[in-house]
Design a protein around this ligand. Structure first.
Ligand code: FE
Ligand code: FE
Ligand code: FE
Length: 167
């Protein structure tokens, strides 16, 4: 999908392109989370990342289900946004020595990831409904609900524990 070509001609094309974007993103997140699990010190944060890794693996399967329902090939397209968010997370983490401060940095990085996912799923669900694909919208809604719940949990962790340990 070149930047100057016009491969996206319809709302359906845009839906499929964005589905492939989030499919790629979820796969990159699946690869990034094990490192974040190993870097986290706070047991609640570590456990939260472990749980979200399992959820993310399920989200990849749901996306494959949506590709199938929509009758298109399940494949990813490079998402420069998620690559950038993960790169930034690694760069910041690499510069933090204190374990408690590292936990706070990991929470912030994870929330950047969740917020990207939330915007993508929000658009995908709206477009699926517009395209008359309530079935696809319902499956995508399950992923969105998990991202939103994860974001809330991260906020609660940051406010209650992680940031207070980092002084
Ligand atoms: Fe996800
Ligand atoms: Fe993207
Ligand atoms: Fe997520």
């Amino acid at each position: 999908m070149g930047m100057f070509s016009s491969d996206i001609k319809s709302m359906d094309d845009l839906f499929v392109h964005t589905l492939r974007d989030i499919y790629y993103a979820e796969q990159q997140i699946t690869k990034a989370l094990p490192k974040m699990i190993s870097q986290a010190t706070n047991p609640e944060l570590k456990g939260g990342f472990e749980q979200h890794l399992k959820e993310t693996q399920g989200q990849v399967q749901r996306l494959e289900q949506v590709f199938k329902m929509h009758g298109v090939e399940a494949k990813g397209v490079t998402c420069p946004a998620i690559d950038g968010i993960i790169k930034e997370a690694n760069e910041v983490a690499g510069e933090v020595a204190d374990k408690a401060v590292l936990d706070a940095a990991l929470v912030a990085a994870a929330q950047a990831v969740e917020h990207y996912e939330i915007t993508r799923y929000g658009s995908l669900i709206a477009w699926a409904k517009q395209l008359g694909r309530q079935d696809c919208a319902s499956v995508l809604q399950q992923n969105l609900d998990e991202e939103k719940a994860t974001d809330k949990k991260l906020t609660a962790m940051a406010e209650s524990k992680v940031n207070q340990q980092a002084v």
